[in-house]
Design a protein around this ligand. Structure first.
Ligand code: FAD
Ligand code: FES
Length: 273
């Protein structure tokens, strides 16, 4: 592939928009130009005349002419994104950051702990792992949501459970009459996973409070600090390590992250906000 110009947005067509929950939508986009990224990297998406914001693709990096991005309504730009219906043009810059070091996961049990819209980057990670499923000892997935209706990707879970190397556990904070799985905070699932925590790698993504208590529980269960991978969402602007908006201690999250191991960042204040 020729050297990529990360300053220049590629024009993508918004093919369709699917409502996942009342606050979260998935945007299906396609481009004539191929777009390469590694799982865990992020892109800057521009709506002309409105603004730009960073998101992690939720689709597979093996697919290069289409991309899916799942976005929670959080403020001005994301609200404008949610008003799009399909047929519009979006600009995409990137990819930025380092992503997950998948090769370091080979031969190991991988535990994925996710909640809320954090399932979006994790979907991309899981689709990547499934592309070479036999290279991992096992893929254990623990997903949580507030209620059953708050789970995004509702059609995906049955498909995931068909993979021989995948164990999927789900919990909701508040169940309804139809819920057959666990009730409780997502961390309760960690007691149920059949895994050797001392040798496993763990990936955590979700709301800051979940990332904090999820990480602490994983440490108690015996996961090594250097084997816990966190995807950090700091305010970003340039995405290029130039403006300083995303500084966290010695790091620029946009360039040195957004994926870090817990031992790399644990001593910095405010990593959970
Ligand atoms: C690397 C990275 C990947 C991301 N991936 C996704 C994703 O896949 N899906 C998704 O829904 N969201 C994702 N986000 C968060 C998303 O970028 C913010 O929700 C968005 O920028 C908010 O813009 P806004 O104008 O709608 O909100 P604003 O009005 O600017 O702010 C609304 C709220 O969001 C917070 N916020 C604003 N900008 C950011 C930011 N860049 N990062 C974190 N919080 C922010 C503000 O502090 C405020 O509390 C990601 C953020 C980063 C840094
Ligand atoms: S976003 Fe500008 S330095 Fe990271």
């Amino acid at each position: 592939m020729s050297e990529k110009n990360i300053y220049k947005p590629i024009k993508y067509k918004l093919d369709k928009v699917v409502e996942e929950t009342s606050l979260i939508k998935t945007f299906f986009i396609s481009a004539k130009e191929e777009f390469e990224f590694k799982t865990g990297q992020f892109v800057e998406v521009t709506i002309d005349g409105i603004g730009e914001a960073p998101y992690t693709p939720s689709s597979s990096p093996y697919v290069k002419d289409k991309m899916e991005i799942t976005i929670m309504k959080a403020g001005y730009v994301t609200d404008k994104m949610h008003q799009l219906k399909g047929g519009e043009t979006l600009g995409i810059r990137g990819p930025f950051g380092k992503g997950y070091p998948i090769e370091d996961f080979y031969g190991k049990e991988v535990l994925i702990l996710g909640g809320g819209v954090g399932l979006a980057p994790l979907r991309c990670l899981i689709l990547t792992l499934l592309g070479e499923e036999d290279k991992f000892k096992k893929i254990n997935i623990c997903f949580g949501a507030k209620t059953p209706a708050d789970f995004i990707y509702k059609d995906w879970y049955d498909e995931l459970r068909k993979h021989k190397n995948v164990e999927l556990l789900r919990s909701v904070d508040k169940a309804d009459g139809s819920w057959q799985e666990t009730e409780g905070l997502v961390t309760v699932l960690l007691e149920k996973v059949d895994i050797n925590y001392k040798e496993a790698v763990a990936v955590v993504c979700g709301p800051p409070i979940m990332m904090k208590f999820g990480t602490f529980r994983l440490l108690e269960m015996g996961v090594k600090e250097e084997n816990i991978y966190l995807s950090m969402e700091k305010n970003m602007s340039c995405g290029l390590g130039k403006c300083g908006h995303c500084a966290m201690g010695d790091y620029f999250v946009c360039k040195d992250g957004p994926v870090f191991t817990y031992n790399e960042i644990k001593d910095y204040p405010d990593i959970w906000i």
